[in-house]
Design a protein around this ligand. Structure first.
Ligand code: NAD
Length: 308
């Protein structure tokens, strides 16, 4: 079957303006149309979506506009023979800049000065507190698109970069690579532990009590991956017990982060409202990827970023 129609499910509005996204397909050889729930799909339809829906299993191809497709049941897609693709490969600069933003702030206190600015206060931090990222060690856990981009940027700032990945293939800017089995060794000397892994059974609660204990007391956790990769209760306890110094968090076990979460209250925890990929051209980056896959689909080539 050739594709005759690209549907864009309205759930894309979670992260991009749906109309602008549909417009970005103006040059596509097939029409693109915005749709809601309860529609029927067939083998000549492709659908680009943020959320999974059972009816997509009748479509010819489904694209999850997110990099993290953990909400999709990949087994089901494989059983039904419906190709599922995701948007990994386009978040390198956007998400790594959020990680770097948190690291620079935690080192040089931009977040604290802003807190005091809100009170029109010329605040002097303790002399010992600010430090440079240069010469500090960072451990990047998961060296895919975002991890590699983070490592390259940390390297450019003169940091000592180590990483955790399942293959020991070298990565530019990373001086040492640890197997996931050696996570504690990888993180124990790091001033920053940056999480850039997908959420899978293997990465669920990857940082918990034992890991926070293994980390330095002046270390910071940066999570731009997925909330459940960190055991949030253990993180709060580690922060309260001063087992680690702080955190930069873009993702949480429950989003939006509930008002009663203790994470809001720490001076050295920076809360981003899951905005790692939020820039004004995100819809264009996703559309470019989808358009390339439409072309591949029509010519019978393997789809880019196929995850099921
Ligand atoms: P990617 O697929 O390019 O990279 C993921 C890397 O993690 C791969 O190299 C993979 O081999 C590695 N990995 C998987 N399991 C591992 C394990 N147990 N130990 C060590 N490494 C492991 O994906 P990406 O585009 O870099 O995105 C990574 C994740 O970041 C996504 O899955 C998503 O959950 C999250 N993400 C967050 C935002 C945000 O807004 N904060 C945006 C995009 C993606």
């Amino acid at each position: 079957h050739e594709l005759e129609q690209l549907y864009v499910h309205e759930s894309v509005e979670n992260v991009i303006p749906p109309e602008a996204f549909v417009e970005a397909f103006d040059d596509l050889p097939i029409p693109a149309e915005l749709v809601g729930d309860g529609r029927e799909y067939g083998p000549t339809n492709a659908v680009a979506t943020y959320v999974p829906q059972p009816e997509y299993l009748d479509a010819g191809w489904v694209h999850c506009i997110r990099a993290g497709y953990d909400e999709f049941d990949t087994d089901e897609y494989e059983r039904e023979g419906v190709p599922l693709t995701n948007s990994s490969g386009i978040h390198g600069s956007t998400v790594s800049e959020v990680a770097l933003n948190c690291m620079l702030s935690l080192a040089r206190l931009g977040h604290r000065y802003r807190d005091h600015q809100n009170e029109r206060e010329w605040w002097e931090p303790p002399y010992e507190r600010p430090f440079t990222l240069e010469n500090e060690q960072v451990c990047v856990v998961g060296l895919g698109t975002i991890g590699e981009a983070t490592a390259a940027r940390c390297d450019a700032l003169g940091m000592e970069v180590v990483g955790v990945r399942r293959s020991d293939e070298p990565v530019p800017g990373v001086s040492e690579i640890f197997d996931p089995d050696r996570l504690h060794e990888a993180i124990e000397d790091a001033r920053f532990v940056v999480l850039t892994v997908p959420h899978t059974p293997a990465t669920d609660d990857m940082l918990s009590d034992a890991e926070f204990e293994a980390m330095r007391e002046d270390a910071y956790v940066i999570n731009v991956a997925r909330g459940p990769v960190v055991d949030e209760d253990a993180l709060v306890e580690a922060l309260e017990a001063d087992e680690i110094a702080g955190a930069g968090l873009d993702v949480f076990e429950t989003e939006p982060l509930p008002k009663e979460s203790p994470l809001w209250g720490f001076d050295d925890v920076i809360v981003f409202p899951h905005k790692g990929s939020a820039t004004n051209r995100y819809h264009l980056d996703i559309a470019e990827l989808v358009a390339e896959n439409v072309e591949r689909y029509q010519s019978g080539e393997a789809l880019k970023n196929r995850v099921a």
